[in-house]
Write a protein that binds this ligand. Sequence first.
Ligand SMILES: [Zn+2]
Length: 225
Amino acid sequence: MRRLLGGARTDLSAAAIRNWSAYGGEECPRCGAFTGSNLLRTTPSSCPSCAACPPFDFARSLFVYGGCVREGIRAAKYGRRPVAAEALGERLFEAIRGKWSDRFPDAYRPTVIPVPIRPMKYFHRGFNLPALVGRALAALAGWPYSPLLLRRSGGDSPQAGLRLDAREENVREAFRVPAGARMPACVLLLDDVYTSGATAAACARALKTAGAGHIVVLTAARAVL
Ligand SMILES: [Zn+2]
């Protein structure tokens, strides 16, 4: 019960989310790791995420997952407050048209596909935050939105409770594309938080296997490991 009520007083208004500070330092050109962060122990030339050759073309995240951002995203998810989604979609769209415009030219028209949550989690929570953020972003950008093109099977453990080295194993077979689905060539995979990259990689593999050609991963926040 405490978990459900957690963060009930956290301010998730659009005005509050507009005040969240976007990460302003250098990022790994490929996986988007926050390489300029004082908190990060890696350098661009030795990005551990890229050493594993992630199966997507590039990834970007807007906020460091900490402080009011971490509190806000947790309050939205665990406190069942989907209201944060619209403002998060706006912040991502603003970055796409602003700081990331070199990677997102006007002619780029991906299909937005949110990372799905486990069915039981959806049943309890009543919504999937990445799906709502993705819908808001797609509406602002005028991009296609396909929330049902990627499915998550039950049975895997919640990633948040696992050690980093167990996360990849946990989600390796967790995602699938329905048989016969028409996969767009260009996909923007949207999630709320990028932690180990295991979820993004597992989703990207499933999408590639189903025929996606170009995959960009976009997350609201990124954990600094
Ligand atoms: Zn990298």
